[in-house]
Design a protein around this ligand. Structure first.
Ligand code: S3P
Length: 447
């Protein structure tokens, strides 16, 4: 990580002008991680375009290099990867550092568990607090051994196995990272890997495995669940990948455009995988004027453009079932809810407690410190909309969480008194060039 040790605060003032213009947000973080990992496991050379060059993804690139893949950047966003082939990763000769990235750590654990090598992984102090037992438990079925700090936290040592058993597992929590770790382990296991998820989570791993020539069987279960099967061992054939813009990054632009008076923005080439678009559904339920155009399919993923127009938003009661499809968007949705007219209720947010920060409490503190009433009942959050009257004046503690920092920056643009954000460094883990992009629309952030 190139993050410096001293915090970088930012003061944000009320914005007097509308946001106008056309932007392309950086590449999808989830798809970028998978593109690097799968191309490193493939036979042949893969060209990746639109890769997110944020720190989390660069961390994955670094780790895949340490495992023997040849990875280099040819032009901005264009990366070439020469893969090692499933089963042929090198034993790394040093500790693998995953930085701030839970996706890198969890997905890599799956890959490493079915390679006959020893590895140790660590991360920054945010990642070292996050739970790894959720992957260790299913991945142990392969025969791999895991040693961690107390309570399953990083650093973690993994002794992978050559003749790995396939995993059969029903996810106890909706997690695309856990599902993906198991499927990636299955690539080099002997037999059928089976994952059941009680509620469908983002399926970028399944889509990209298909793209690289791996047969993944997906069937639907009762309610909104899925069963995913993969026969191992298998090979991946290199094939170029085009990464669409990240809907989770677009969400900040969407909410800013919706709540800042007179705004009208076009966001081009955004990933619109239906398992990621809960935020669009939720905002529409709040009355948002969001239009999708130019919808198309590329490399197994749907993309399109989003036109955002300033709208008066109203409160919303969101069902638990929407949570997995917008798991990363609650910090910014909370800003929309705080600005809206009427009460909003977000249900079943337990998973927010184990993200880059304890987002459940980080969101509540961010809003309360700036004059918004928020209650919690168990894992539900109830936000009293201010109908455009956010007081502001508070300092937001971001706890090394990029999405908290970006959400607070949008909150500051619509609050009456200036808002101070304690640290904006981590924004570059997922959204390099965030302030420049927002300023091109007229945000006037003083960096
Ligand atoms: C991700 C899955 C989600 C999400 C994270 C990225 C992925 O995590 O919060 O930002 O790329 O698979 P969980 O699997 O823990 O829900």
């Amino acid at each position: 990580m190139t993050v410096t040790h001293s915090k970088r605060p930012l003061v944000v003032s009320f914005l007097q002008q509308p946001l106008k213009g056309k932007v392309n947000v950086p590449g999808d973080k989830s798809i970028s991680h998978r593109a690097l990992m799968l191309s490193a496991l493939a036979n042949g050379e893969t060209k990746i375009t639109g890769l997110l060059e944020g720190e989390d993804v660069m961390q994955t690139a670094q780790v895949m290099r340490a495992l023997g893949a040849i990875i280099h950047q040819k032009a901005p966003g264009e990366w070439h990867v020469i893969g090692k082939g499933v089963g042929y990763l090198n034993e790394p000769d040093d500790v693998l550092n995953m930085g701030n990235s839970g996706t890198s750590a969890r997905l890599l654990s799956g890959i490493l568990s079915t390679h006959n090598i020893f590895s140790v992984m660590t991360g920054d102090c945010s990642l070292r607090k996050r739970p790894m037992r959720r992957v260790i438990e299913p991945l142990s079925q392969t025969g791999a051994q895991f040693i961690t700090r107390n309570e399953g936290r990083l650093p973690m040592a993994i002794k992978g196995v050559e003749k790995a058993n396939p995993v059969t597992y029903r996810l106890p929590v909706a997690s695309a990272q856990v599902k993906s770790a198991i499927l990636l382990a299955g690539l080099n296991a002997n037999g059928m890997t089976i994952v059941e998820e009680p509620i469908a989570t983002r399926d970028h791993t399944e889509n990209m495995l298909n793209h690289f020539g791996v047969k993944v069987d997906i069937s639907t279960l009762a309610e909104k669940g899925r069963k995913i099967c993969l026969q191992g061992p298998t090979k991946l054939v290199a094939k170029d990948v085009n990464v669409p813009g990240d809907p989770s990054s677009a969400a900040f632009v969407m909410v800013a455009g919706l709540i800042i008076s007179g705004s009208e923005i076009l966001i081009e080439n955004v990933g619109l995988n239906p398992l990621r678009t809960g935020i669009i559904e939720a905002l529409k339920m709040m009355g948002a004027n969001l239009q999708i155009s130019n919808k198309r399919q590329e490399g197994g993923e749907i993309t399109g453009d989003i036109i955002v127009k300033n709208t008066t938003l109203k409160g919303v009661d969101l069902p638990v079932s929407i949570v997995p499809s917008m798991i990363d968007e609650f910090p910014i949705l909370s800003v929309a809810a705080a600005y809206a007219k009427g009460e909003s209720r977000f249900r079943g947010l337990a998973e927010l407690r184990v993200k880059e920060s304890d987002r459940f409490n980080s969101i509540i503190n961010m809003l309360r410190k700036n004059g918004v009433s928020v209650e919690s009942h168990g894992d539900d959050m109830i936000i009293e909309g201010t109908f455009g009257n956010i007081l502001g004046g508070g300092e937001v503690e971001t706890h090394m969480d990029h999405r908290l920092a970006m959400s607070a920056s949008i909150l500051g643009l619509v609050a009456k008194k200036t808002i101070t954000i304690d640290d904006i460094r981590f924004i570059r883990t997922s959204f390099p060039g965030y302030f420049e992009l927002m300023n091109s629309l007229g945000c006037g952030f003083q960096i």
